[in-house]
Structure formats: structure tokens, C-alpha cells
Design a binder for this molecule. Sequence first.
Ligand code: GRF
Length: 217
Amino acid sequence: MPSEPCNVVVLLSGSGSNLQALIDSCRAADAPLRIVAVVSNRADAYGLQRAEAAGIASVVLDHTQFDGREAFDAALMARIDGFAPDLVVLAGFMRILSGEFVRHYQGRLLNIHPSLLPRYKGLHTHRRALEAGDAEHGCSVHFVTEELDGGPLVVQAVVPVLPDDTVQSLAQRVHHQEHQVYPLAVHWFAQGRLRLGEQGALLDDQPLPASGHMIRP
Ligand code: GRF
């Protein structure tokens, strides 16, 4: 395990329940990571209050104040890099990132998505899974590449779809699993166990399956 803790910057736009799960996962004195900053593109994101309550530095960078995606992403990179992160964690950051941004953080940029990728890239994943009559749904942690929601998978948690599920009830159960698998993946990275290789994600130097490490109920 690396001797220095892994510096993590978390990017979000909303509630930040995944940030909270990460905060809660590094309470132990010997935690392999420390969250050095939270960056939001929205000043009203509740995740900023979670950061403040945990004594974590936060930055608001309002994308509407920039002239286009490239200008915003350049400013975002400058702010993130000011914290010298080893890992950047997207936790409900509702912005499509430019190729330049993604390449800059290649191999040290993780995202969580509320579906069993490659199913249901993009938005409204719970509704789409219900409408398709899927028996299973879930969430995925993946390395970010230039393909939207398409980078190598690290871990997926499967959630059964119940006959009387609504979008809300299904979303709630998926969210609960997100709070388990995101800290797991981030801790693997911080422990030096997880990395992005030429062909995909590696755990303990072994290639992960294309679906990532699967967690079933
Ligand atoms: C989660 O559903 C995550 O999968 C998606 O954005 C949502 C963020 O939720 N990328 P929260 O802000 O962490 O509660």
C-alpha cells in the first residue's frame, strides 16, 4: 500500500449522498485516502454543505459564467490541480466533460452511473429499466474515457427489479448500492490495487472482467 494517503477531489452538482458515503468511508485514522476538496458547478448543491460539515475545502465554479465548455473545463482543471489530486471522483457531476479534460485525468478519473452499463447510458436510467421490463438493474463504477458512460468497468452491483417497483423505489435501492460500491472502488484505487491498463481495468494486476467485479444480492 502507498505510504502517503491518496488525495481525492470530488466533483458534484447535487445532493452528494455518494460524497457522504466516501466521507464516512475514510473516518478511520489509517484510511488510505483523504478528500482534499469538493468542487461543484452549482452554488446550491447540498453536497457543499456536506463538505463543510466534514471540514473539507470546497470550490464553486459556475459553468454559466464561462464562454463555452473548453473555457469552463480549463478553469476546472486549474482549480482541481491546485489540490494536487491523485484521483478525481465524479459523484453526480452533471456536466459532459471535454476530451481534453478526460485525457488530462486519464487513469485517475472515476464515475458512478445508475445502471448496469453498457445498458442505459445517459439519463433516466431507472425509468428506462422499468419500461423495458428488466428483471435486474443496478449501478456501475468505471474509469472515465472520452466515450460517455463507456469507460472500462470496475465494479457493478445488481439490484433485482420488484413487481411493484416505481422509479422512486428502484432509484432508492440502486442509490443504496452506489453507497457501497463507490467507496469500495475508491479504496481499491487508494490502496494501489486498482489501475487502468492498456486493455482495461486491473485489480491486483489481474484484468477485471468486461462487466467489472460483480456484486449480486
Ligand atoms: C447518482 O445516482 C449517480 O449514480 C449519478 O448521479 C447521482 C448522484 O447522487 N452519477 P448523489 O448526489 O451522490 O446523491
